[in-house]
Design a binder for this molecule. Structure first.
Ligand code: C5P
Length: 236
């Protein structure tokens, strides 16, 4: 599928229009960004590894009838996706206390939560992505009560699916972020699912296998992204 005009360039991906008004090409860049774009980096092959992981994850969700924007992988760093009208809310699901959650509520880092937590943040870098709840989302007109209910249900289902998926690969799904959008009135998962948007730890050693290695200058970010890909596909 041929790329036409640039629609949107984000920190780690670019969206292009195509000859089909319903479809876009999503290109994964080699760039890494953290802390609302204030920290930047890159490594060669990052776009390819994230595209490969996101493709695997979206295809896996398809088997469980979870609706996503993914259509097909078309090159090493590109996938075709359905065009969405995005809902500007970041949906975070947490299984283990870490980072802001551990700090805010004075929880022990690495504590397994008794029940997963679903959180919502308004996607707005200038405001620092403030946390909101469903009521803010309805009141400010970002989504209807029915949409928020469906978003919460899908996010919990994705968590259940991927928690056991990673567990079978000797990994712990600590937390992750999803974004949603509308296509022909149906609600679909958009954006990507990759080590840029998830926290994943090795079950035995607690080694961090995700973007925290870049955020906190732990080194070896390129190596762990590739190792993660190998572990994801090896247990298929
Ligand atoms: O920073 P925080 O602890 O809220 O992040 C929770 C999860 O959501 C992490 O896996 C992180 O990678 C992801 N996230 C993201 N994009 C953001 C904020 C968080 O992918 N803008």
């Amino acid at each position: 599928m041929e790329k036409k005009d640039l629609l949107y360039e984000g920190k780690a991906k670019i969206l292009y229009l195509t000859e089909d008004p319903n479809l876009l090409v999503q290109v994964f860049k080699d760039d890494l960004s953290a802390f609302n774009g204030t920290k930047r980096g890159k490594f060669d092959g990052k776009g390819e590894v994230c595209n490969a992981i996101a493709t695997y994850m979206f295809e896996y969700l398809e088997n469980y009838h979870v609706p996503t924007h993914f259509v097909k992988k078309v090159s090493e760093s590109e996938m075709v996706v359905k065009r969405l009208e995005m809902i500007p809310i970041e949906v975070v699901v947490r299984n283990v206390a870490t980072a802001t959650l551990a700090k805010t509520y004075n929880l022990e880092e690495g504590k397994v939560l008794k029940y997963p937590i679903v959180e919502y943040f308004l996607k707005d870098d200038r405001l620092g992505d403030p946390m909101i709840n469903e009521h803010h989302a309805f009141a400010m007109g970002y989504a209807t009560p029915e949409e928020m209910k469906m978003i919460g249900r899908i996010a919990s289902k994705v968590n259940a699916i991927f928690k056991s998926f990673f567990d079978r690969r000797g990994l712990v799904l600590v937390d992750f972020k999803l974004e949603f959008g509308k296509h022909d009135k149906s609600l679909l998962i958009g954006d990507e699912i990759s080590p840029d948007t998830c926290r994943i730890w090795d079950k035995k050693t607690n080694k961090k296998m995700d973007k925290d290695r870049f955020r906190y200058d732990m080194g070896g970010v390129d190596k762990v992204y590739r190792e993660l890909y190998d572990r994801i596909v090896s247990a298929a």
